[in-house]
Design a protein. Structure first.
Length: 256
């Protein structure tokens, strides 16, 4: 997928869950820290400042995002291009903010990440959990309309738009099965007020729309956006949308 850091906006609304996840971290003497799906690197820089004795790595698959992230510098900070599922090395803190929702099979994914976590380490994750919101349902409907152009692709790989994101209880149970201790898992709503259907479309341009528009040419992409916007306008005909964005946050410790 091609990510545009200038479109991935609404920074305050998107940063609040990351700040809450950062606040959930214990103050330990981490040696190696990785920020999975670091994007433009703001939160990776925060991690480098909070844990100055650690080597902090920001990992992302997007060259466009990393080009922006390279503007953040600290003596203990570096950025690399890489795949979360192919993570190598061992870490004392594995941190991921709004990235794992793009990957399938979270029980298996957590097991792989857990294997990369050193004893005494911490796993800290935040993922959006609005896959059942009407904005996503309408996006899946639009994708079905454009099935030939998209070669059957939908956001989560099925016609029903199934999301890999689990409930807080399911994450807690999965982590317990891995042997985790001091597990905290919670759901929180971060409301955003948007300027009608157009504002909601603008919000999705930086995230949910990306995998669709990446697969479409310019003309088909314009048609897709127009069809999606028509559905959004029918659902939200007014000039104000209260978007109750739900997030799941969890942390877990690995016994030392």
């Amino acid at each position: 997928m091609t990510w545009n850091p200038d479109v991935y906006h609404h920074r305050e609304a998107r940063s609040a869950p990351a700040r809450d996840l950062l606040a959930m971290l214990p103050d330990l003497s981490f040696r190696d820290v990785v920020d999975l799906g670091c994007g433009t690197g703001e939160h990776t820089l925060t991690l480098a400042g909070r844990f100055p004795g650690a080597r902090v790595l920001g990992l992302d698959s997007s060259a466009e995002m990393l080009a922006r992230a390279e503007g953040h510098t600290a003596p203990n900070l570096r950025f690399e291009r890489g795949d979360i599922q192919g993570l190598r090395g061992d870490f004392d803190l594995i941190f991921s903010n709004a990235a794992l929702q793009w990957l399938p099979d979270h029980p298996a994914l957590l097991a792989r990440l857990w294997a990369r976590l050193r004893p005494g380490g911490v796993l800290a994750v935040q993922v959006p959990a609005n896959h059942d919101h009407d904005s996503h349902r309408l996006l899946t409907e639009t994708a079905r309309e454009f099935a030939p152009e998209l070669e059957g692709f939908t956001r989560f790989g099925t016609a029903h738009g199934y999301s890999p994101v689990l409930t807080p209880a399911e994450y807690a149970e999965t982590l317990d099965g891995l042997g985790a201790v001091e597990v905290t898992a919670l759901s929180r709503v971060y409301p955003v007020v948007l300027a009608g259907a157009e504002g909601l479309l603008d919000w999705t341009r930086g995230t949910a729309l990306v995998p669709y528009l990446t697969r479409l040419g310019a003309e088909d992409g314009e048609r897709f956006v127009a069809a999606y916007l028509a559905r959004l306008r029918a659902r939200w005909p007014g000039g104000r949308v209260y978007y109750a964005f739900t997030r799941v946050l969890f942390t877990a410790g690995k016994p030392g």
